[in-house]
Design a protein around this ligand. Structure first.
Ligand code: FES
Length: 243
């Protein structure tokens, strides 16, 4: 039931109530409205890096995960113009990493893949970079494939802010940016990382994968195979049980 005492903004012509201080994406999510996103997660502070959540708020482009909702604000979200821009950003992410969905264990549970389907991305469009970052299979329970990282820093935030371990970080600049592991050897086995950590659950793509559970749920029956991401508002990376 809508609380009539709350201020409202207008998202794609629909009135959306919000609590003062909420961002547009928080208000939209609470109202069951989907704003495409990758680096935002409801349990973490906004990161504002992927720009997939870009909307037009009162005529100006901005990231919905960082803009506070204001009474009477008019927001465009799922317009052709904005989904075109999102598609281009997604294409850039796809060619920057090695996102070969048919051979990826995260297929069907991957927010990048699901978002690409959602905005109708049919091809990568740009030339592939084919990064060659060594996979780290040193941990007994977890495999890291750095070639799929989209630099959302969710694992960085989860490890630092929830697990209190500070195991992940980004290093380098621009095209040289990449995820690193905080140990002298640079390998995950030399940290106190555990498959039960929040950081092990939060990766929206296929970088952090648990061993011995691969394909437990067959492709075709996974989270985003069953229904599109826009029909699962508030859903994020699958939990351990779903993975
Ligand atoms: Fe808002 Fe990534 S979800 S910038």
């Amino acid at each position: 039931m809508t609380d009539n005492t709350l201020p409202t903004c207008l998202i794609d012509g629909e009135e959306v109530p919000f609590t003062p201080g909420q961002t547009l994406i928080q208000a939209a999510t609470a109202a069951g409205k989907y704003i495409p996103h990758l680096c935002w997660h409801p349990d973490f502070a906004a990161h504002g890096s992927c720009k997939i959540c870009t909307v037009k708020a009162d005529g100006r482009f901005g990231a919905a995960c960082t803009i506070e909702a204001r009474a009477g604000m008019t927001v465009e979200n799922r317009t052709t113009e904005l989904d075109d821009k999102r598609r281009t950003l997604l294409q850039l992410l796809f060619v920057e990493g090695n996102h070969f969905c048919p051979s990826c264990e995260k297929s069907g549970n991957c927010l990048l893949q699901a978002t690409a389907y959602e905005v109708g991305m049919m091809s990568p469009h740009f030339d592939h970079f084919y990064p060659d970052r060594p996979v780290d299979a040193s941990h007994p329970d977890v495999l890291l494939d750095f070639n799929r990282c989209i630099m959302c820093e969710l694992c960085v935030r989860a490890s630092r802010d929830v697990d209190g371990k500070n195991i992940f970080a980004l290093s380098g600049r621009g095209i040289k940016s990449h995820l690193i592991v905080n140990s002298e050897s640079g390998r995950i086995k030399d940290t106190d990382f555990s498959a039960g950590d929040r950081a092990a659950e939060v990766c929206p793509v296929g970088v952090i994968l648990k061993k011995r559970v691969g394909f437990a749920v067959p492709i075709g029956g996974r989270k985003y195979d069953v229904s599109p991401v826009s029909a699962q508002v508030g859903a994020q990376a699958p939990t351990r049980e779903e993975a």
